[in-house]
Design a protein around this ligand. Structure first.
Ligand code: ZN
Length: 136
C-alpha cells in the first residue's frame, strides 16, 4: 500500500460539548469544523495538528457504530485513518492479501473524503480507515 500520512485519528466521546473545550482550552487546538454524518449516526468535530487531524466522534443514536462502541468500550481511540491515493486499488490489494474489509467499495465520509474501513480482526485490533481526498 502507498500511505502518505496519518489523515486523522478518530476518538469516540460521549459529548462534543464536554470534549471540545478540553481540546481548545487545554491543548490549544482550534475546532474548525463540526459536521453530522447521518449515515454513520455520528456528529464529528475536527482539529488540525500539523497535517493530521483529530476527529472527535459523538454518537447521535445508541444503535449506531459509535453508540455501540461507547457502550462496549467506553470513550477512547476508535480508529486510525491513513491517507492513500487510489483508494479502490488499495482496497483490492488489502483484500488480495487476506485482509477483511468492512467496506468493499469506498463511501463518502466527513469532509467529502472517500473512505473505507478495514476490519480490526485483520489489523491487530485497530479499526483502520483508508481515505482519499479526491477534491484536491
Ligand atoms: Zn475517520
Amino acid at each position: 500500500m502507498k500511505i502518505s500520512h496519518i489523515e486523522h485519528i478518530g476518538i469516540a466521546v460521549k459529548s462534543l460539548d464536554e470534549a471540545i473545550p478540553f481540546y481548545e482550552s487545554l491543548l490549544g487546538l482550534k475546532c474548525y469544523n463540526i459536521e453530522e454524518v447521518k449515515e454513520q449516526k455520528v456528529k464529528t468535530a475536527f482539529f488540525k495538528v500539523g497535517q493530521t487531524k483529530i476527529e472527535l466522534l459523538e454518537s447521535t443514536d445508541a444503535e449506531g457504530p459509535i453508540g455501540k462502541f461507547l457502550e462496549k468500550r467506553g470513550e477512547g481511540v476508535h480508529h486510525i485513518a491513513y491517507a492513500v491515493e487510489n483508494i479502490e486499488e488499495q482496497l483490492k490489494t488489502a483484500e488480495e492479501n487476506g485482509i477483511r474489509l468492512i467496506d468493499k467499495t469506498p463511501r463518502k465520509g466527513a469532509e467529502g473524503l472517500d473512505i473505507a474501513f478495514l476490519h480490526p480482526k485483520s489489523t491487530f485490533g485497530v479499526l483502520t480507515e483508508l481515505c482519499e481526498n479526491k477534491n484536491k
